[in-house]
Design a protein around this ligand. Structure first.
Ligand code: SF4
Ligand code: SF4
Length: 170
């Protein structure tokens, strides 16, 4: 960590432990993101989709409530510190996951996420009792977040694979 970042972290009482459960903007350099990011908010301003916000600790975070990511890379292009790397924008590890509150899992017919997915990455497997289980094609899913924003009960989150099993977004 450079001296400036170190001092800022000290003054703000931050814990510089990578919070890997939060979705950082595309191109976030995994291991040095927290050292390189200087909280300048340039990526927030650069995003045409307006999906980058600042989390409680001051780091940029992607949230899909209102729009999807187009992977345009404008955030990474604008980043002045290298915390976001343009060459890694397409290397997006997050994939949709479905919580127990999903309406279809609870017997209510809903296909909103399937309808909005332009990658055709979602299917529903019928279960007993009128329920159906969303099944994701993880190769087709880009993790764009369109389905998450459209879900009426906010049942869609994101996870990414790690050596210790899938990591789930906060
Ligand atoms: S890649 Fe483009 S749409 Fe996605 S977060 Fe960055 S600026 Fe926004
Ligand atoms: S994240 Fe995007 S690509 Fe993946 S299932 Fe949802 S809408 Fe489809």
């Amino acid at each position: 960590m450079n001296k400036l970042a170190s001092r800022r972290a000290f003054l703000r009482g931050r814990v510089l432990r990578p919070d890997r459960s939060t979705i950082r903007p595309p191109g976030a350099v995994d291991h040095s993101f927290f050292e390189l990011c200087h909280d300048c908010d340039v990526c927030v301003q650069a995003c045409p989709q307006d999906i980058i916000t600042i989390d409680a600790q001051g780091w940029p975070e992607v949230r899909f409530e209102n729009a999807a990511c187009t992977f345009c890379g404008d955030c990474a292009d604008a980043c002045p510190t290298g915390a976001l790397d343009r060459d890694r924008v397409s290397d997006w590890p997050w994939r949709a996951s479905f919580a127990a509150t999903c309406l279809s899992k609870n017997g209510v017919t809903c296909r909103i996420c399937q309808d909005i997915c332009d990658r055709d990455a979602l299917r529903f497997r019928l279960q007993l009792g009128g329920r159906s289980e969303p099944v994701l094609d993880t190769d087709a899913c880009t993790g764009c977040g369109a389905c998450a924003g459209a879900c009426p009960v906010r049942a869609i989150g994101f996870e990414r694979p790690t050596q210790d099993g899938p990591e789930v977004s906060a």
